[in-house]
Design a protein around this ligand. Structure first.
Ligand code: SAM
Length: 257
């Protein structure tokens, strides 16, 4: 899967120079940043909130822990973790959540949305998940929600996230995946390739970005492939949780040593 080792890689269904993919992805998220949250609710009929809730629960973050939400965008997971890491009565040391994203427009929207939710104690970092600017073994838990699909070199991203996890720490990846039933897959195709770009055009005034979304989902590794990639990057005890018939999946793995 080392797609970025070649000169060309995929951007949705398009083949683009590897060096150009990050810029193209950047343009998508800069374009949709201000409409990102409303589009998520619309496109998923609000179900993305349940997928995120499941991931937050599975992460099992406790007071005092240090958490990284990378490709965190507008900060839905960050906001929940910020509350969970705060010192409880018996815990002496408060924890920390860092929101990181490669895109300045998404981070600006994230800062605004966190402040709206009363969360002001979260440092923001502009960072590429392929080469995270943090010391080895810094985090108890890392999450990447609907982010990995957009990354040029996914293997490098997985290695980088493992490097900054503490031994015993866990990585959770929430991402679109492969529907388990072929019949359902056909219906889902109709929805993604017809309805999504239409909604994108009407609400975000940008059909192309939502066509990219549908295409990038199809190009993303399926459940078993992503599990193998995580294991190749040195993550262990990897488990896969299919949600909504495999439309999305959560992969959780640990850095054991
Ligand atoms: N995590 C948020 C959520 O679940 O709503 C935002 C997901 S949004 C679909 C994808 C995010 O990944 C964007 O904010 C984008 O800027 C970010 N991203 C894309 N490539 C990245 C990279 N190489 N490193 C860090 N962030 C990246």
């Amino acid at each position: 899967m080392g797609d970025a080792q070649d000169d060309y890689t995929h951007f949705g269904y398009e083949s683009v120079p590897t060096a150009d993919k990050a810029r193209r992805v950047g343009a998508v998220f800069t374009s949709v940043a201000s409409r990102y949250d409303v589009m998520n609710d619309l496109m998923s009929f609000g179900i993305h909130r349940l997928w995120k809730r499941f991931t937050i629960d599975l992460a099992g973050v406790t007071p005092g822990e240090v958490v990284l939400d990378v490709a965190g965008g507008t900060g839905d997971l960050t906001a929940a973790f910020a509350r969970q890491v705060r010192a409880d009565g018996g815990h002496s040391k408060p924890g920390l959540v860092v929101l990181a994203d490669i895109n300045a427009a998404m981070l600006a929207e994230g800062r605004r949305r966190l402040a709206d939710r009363g969360v002001v104690d979260v440092p923001l970092a502009r960072a590429n998940v392929e080469s995270l600017p943090f010391a080895d073994a810094s985090f108890d838990c890392i999450t990447i929600s609907f982010g990995l699909r957009n990354v040029t070199d996914k293997d490098a991203a997985l290695r980088s996230m493992r490097r900054v996890l503490k031994p015993g720490g866990r990585l959770l990846i929430l991402e679109f995946s492969k529907p388990l039933s072929p019949g359902f897959g056909k219906l889902y195709d109709q929805y993604s390739f017809k309805l999504l770009p239409l909604m994108g055009r009407l609400v975000a005034h940008d059909a192309d970005s939502y066509r990219y979304l549908a295409e990038s989902i199809r190009m993303h590794p399926d459940q078993a492939t992503l599990k193998r990639m995580m294991e190749d990057a040195g993550l262990q005890r990897v488990q896969v949780y299919n949600l909504t018939g495999g439309i999305v999946a959560v992969h959780r793995g640990y850095r054991l040593a």
